[in-house]
Design a protein around this ligand. Structure first.
Ligand SMILES: NC(=O)N[C@@H](CC(=O)O)C(=O)O
Ligand SMILES: [Zn+2]
Ligand SMILES: [Zn+2]
Length: 344
């Protein structure tokens, strides 16, 4: 039995650090062992240009306990984003991608894009400067069932988009269905996907059987176990098209445990340790390094980290809550244990 695992330092290709007084807590967790993190721009108001990205970058670095932690900034696309916004973001050297939130699809997406047809110049500019397009892939129409929204997005929006911009690098974020796995596998090498650890560990029964568990509620929502199995197969397959993106998305305990609870699960306190559990369960610990540390930078055409981290099979307890600014957040595995731990 493997009890110790050394891998190249991993990166998180999708995380929400939020802003203000909670930054010290989210940045401490994400920088504990991750080298870099793609930082989602869905603040209120969102990060829509290079100047705002640079200011947000400075606020994050001011809280980073590790000087060599590198936040990779992302622009939030709106109906008003221009090709010039993309070009100056690229020139800033701090912005590594732009994010498409269909308006209304998820937390803080009200300024998102109402119709991708409005962004033809923007996608063309991204394609020509080599800036990846990151996508929250769900349609928002009232008559589309929430469990079908990813699949309908792929068929109606994503397939034509990828066909129209064949050289555009596209990351379908936090995929949740076998349909998404199959789409990404069959697409060109310019199309990849991130997979969260909660979508690998859980399916909708975990959220709904025996009582509703709001800390498992995130978007896209957990699907049935056959989809979970397809995600596990993809993540542990060694395919370079799939890589680690936690989508760690904290909301204060009171905002989750509510009659109308927010979407988002917090995993930044223990992400690589939780992924290690999944890979060990699949007998695929030898594939964890590619998923966590190699496939992401390769897709983004960035260097692979030079140093390493070591995980040990040491069980540790997760507290009931963690400090979240002046509030608390309930992390995934609260009051339970985790089997692996990163050694300092
Ligand atoms: N995943 C979520 O359920 N929530 C994210 C937004 C997102 O990534 O869609 C958040 O910002 O809270
Ligand atoms: Zn999302
Ligand atoms: Zn997210």
């Amino acid at each position: 039995m493997t009890t110790k695992l050394t891998i190249i330092r991993p990166d998180d290709w999708h995380v929400h650090l939020r802003d203000g007084e909670v930054l010290k807590d989210t940045v401490a967790d994400i920088s504990r062992y991750f080298g870099r993190a793609i930082v989602m721009p869905n603040l209120v108001p969102p990060v829509v240009n290079a100047e705002q990205a640079s200011e947000y970058h400075a606020r994050i670095m001011a809280q980073s306990p590790r000087e060599n932690f590198q936040p990779l900034m992302v622009l939030y696309l709106t109906d008003n984003t221009t090709a010039e916004d993309i070009i100056s973001a690229k020139e800033s050297g701090l912005v590594y991608a732009a994010k498409l939130y269909p308006a209304g699809a998820t937390t803080n997406s009200s300024s998102g894009v109402t119709d991708v047809a409005n962004l033809e110049d923007v996608f063309a500019a991204m394609q020509s400067v080599g800036m990846p397009l990151l996508i929250h892939g769900e349609v928002t129409k009232d008559d589309i069932d929430i469990f079908d929204r990813e699949q309908v997005f792929i068929d109606t929006i994503l397939r034509p988009l990828v066909a129209n911009y064949p050289m555009l690098k596209v990351v379908l974020e936090h995929i949740t269905t076998k349909n998404a796995v199959d789409f990404v596998k069959e697409a060109s090498d310019n199309v990849a996907a991130t997979i969260t650890v909660h979508h690998l560990l859980y399916n909708r029964n975990h959220m709904l059987v025996g009582g509703i568990r709001p800390h498992y509620f995130c978007l896209p929502v957990l699907k049935r176990n056959t989809h979970q199995a397809a995600l596990i197969e993809a993540a542990t397959s060694g395919s370079k098209k799939f890589f680690l993106g936690t989508d760690s998305a904290p909301h204060a305990q009171h905002a989750k445990e509510s009659a109308c609870g927010c979407a988002g699960s917090y995993t930044a306190h223990a992400a690589i340790e939780l992924y290690a559990e999944v890979f060990e369960h699949e007998n695929a610990l030898d594939k964890l390094e590619a998923f966590a540390s190699i496939n992401g930078p390769t897709f983004y055409q960035l260097p692979i980290n030079e140093d390493k981290i070591t995980l040990e099979k040491v069980e540790w307890p997760v507290p009931a809550t963690l400090t979240f600014g002046n509030d608390v957040v309930v992390p995934i595995r609260a009051n339970e244990t985790i089997a692996w731990q990163v050694k300092d």
